[in-house]
Design a protein around this ligand. Structure first.
Ligand code: ATP
Ligand code: MG
Length: 407
């Protein structure tokens, strides 16, 4: 069961508005088993709209279009649809009273332009818009369904969730697609693929598909299929195979997983951050309720702060450099004591693009985690050559060191 989405509007083409509608529709359709095979953005012109509809009709059974339904002159989708489906506008009494009610609520008089929103194509089934004035419209032509929706994201969503998706399910009876996302950290895509070769080969026979979705130091593995039991079984196998490389499932984030583990164990954490500049504490505090386990951070960017606030040994900084195992371990150990927490995470590295040497090139980052009785540290050699990514990945790896070695 294939579909296409056509987003109408010049503002999309000149980058004034980002087409968020299509992505949302695509995600929702996939959940009910309808696969979007193409998304297009087109100009507000009758010929462009007709061409796009005609082309989509050759390829798929469902075409969803958004935008251009408003009462203004530049919104000509409705007229164009009448021409394309060889029908004409008639007054829809139910829609008119809905519009009048809305305006009464806003205490604004209904203009002719507003009332014209109740003029709708005679052959269309109406998909009511309970929060706005532009109705959704459902057309059928040669076994292809066309749905036209307003461009305003909230109204588009309302119409589809209130009536659109149910109607589509009744009409097409699609087989729902199930997704399972397994979230990994620390192994590159190619390493994972090698490790998973045999497991991955077993998926094909079961009609399951696997996608690798890499993003800055993490790779999401997404299994897609129709058989929930099979997907659960394969996920369990994967969990055994990869062990701690997996930090979570579906929409879980690393900081969420760590937060939950800390809460469960009644433990607290602080950070001492040099090259990450506070990014670890930013990640941790993105979650509401993080005050239960996160106490604070010392952003010790300058050596003076490492020495005077974190009490790192000045001699060690002079001989080993700030980016060194001994310094990062002292940062973690001392921050834990100063901020009185169960754990402290520390980072010291060269985020670049300047500041690298042959001995310590850009991307050299030391991370450490201290608990009451031990300190663990790891040296990262990140080859991103991009400051933002180096900081983000260092932060995530530092957080993950806490998860894998202490929680
Ligand atoms: P209205 O009745 O408000 O005029 P409409 O159907 O005419 O609705 P548009 O005029 O095309 O829709 O767009 C209305 C608003 O929705 C604009 O602010 C526009 O930027 C936004 N919008 C339109 N299309 C999209 C889209 N694909 N993704 C996100 N926002 C969109
Ligand atoms: Mg408009």
């Amino acid at each position: 069961m294939l579909a296409e989405i056509i987003a109408i509007g010049d503002e999309l083409l000149i980058g004034q508005t980002l087409d968020t509608n299509s992505g949302w529709i695509g995600e929702q359709l996939s959940l009910i088993g309808i696969k979007v095979q193409q998304i297009s953005s087109i100009t507000d012109q009758e010929s462009a709209i007709i061409e796009a509809l005609e082309a989509a009709k050759q390829r798929v059974k469902l075409v969803i279009i958004t935008g251009g339904l408003g009462p203004t002159k530049d919104d000509l989708t409705k007229q164009t649809l009448c021409e394309y489906f060889k029908t004409s506008l008639v007054l829809d009494q139910a829609v008119l009273s809905h519009i009048e009610k809305l305006y009464k609520k806003y205490r604004v008089p209904v203009s002719k332009m507003n009332r014209d929103q109740a003029l709708l194509p005679e052959t269309a089934k109406i998909l009511p818009n309970s929060i706005g004035t532009a109705s959704g419209m459902w057309f059928e032509q040669e076994a292809v369904v066309f749905i036209s929706l307003p461009g305003v994201p909230a109204e588009m969503k309302q119409i589809l969730t209130e009536t659109g998706f149910t109607k589509l399910q009744t009409f097409f009876k699609p087989d729902p697609i199930i997704y399972k996302t397994i979230r990994t950290i620390g192994l590159a895509e190619s390493k994972l693929a090698t490790l998973l070769t045999e497991w991955e080969n077993s998926l094909e026979l079961l009609n399951l598909k696997l996608a690798y979705l890499p993003a800055s130091g993490m790779v999401r593995l997404r299994i897609t299929g129709h058989n929930l039991k099979m997907i659960e079984q394969k996920t369990a196998e994967l969990t055994k195979l990869l062990g701690p490389v997996i930090y979570g499932y579906d929409k879980e984030t690393l900081e969420e997983i760590i937060g939950n583990l800390l809460i469960k164990q009644g433990k607290t954490v602080a950070t001492a951050e040099s090259c990450t500049g506070g990014s670890i504490s930013r990640l941790l505090t993105r979650l509401s309720g993080s005050s239960a386990y996160f106490k604070g951070a010392i952003v010790s960017y300058d050596n003076d702060v490492k020495i005077n606030v974190l009490k790192v040994n000045a001699q060690d900084i002079a001989t080993q450099g700030a980016v060194s195992q001994t310094v990062v371990e002292q940062m973690a150990t001392n921050a834990r004591q100063i901020l009185q927490t169960d754990f402290a995470i520390a980072t010291s590295g060269i985020a670049g693009p300047t500041g690298g040497t042959t001995e310590k090139p850009v991307g050299t980052v030391w991370i450490a985690v201290a608990s009451e009785d031990r300190v663990e540290s790891v040296k990262l050699d990140l080859a991103y050559k991009n400051r933002e990514r180096t900081v983000l990945v260092s932060s995530q790896y530092a957080l993950d060191l806490l998860r894998t070695t202490f929680l």
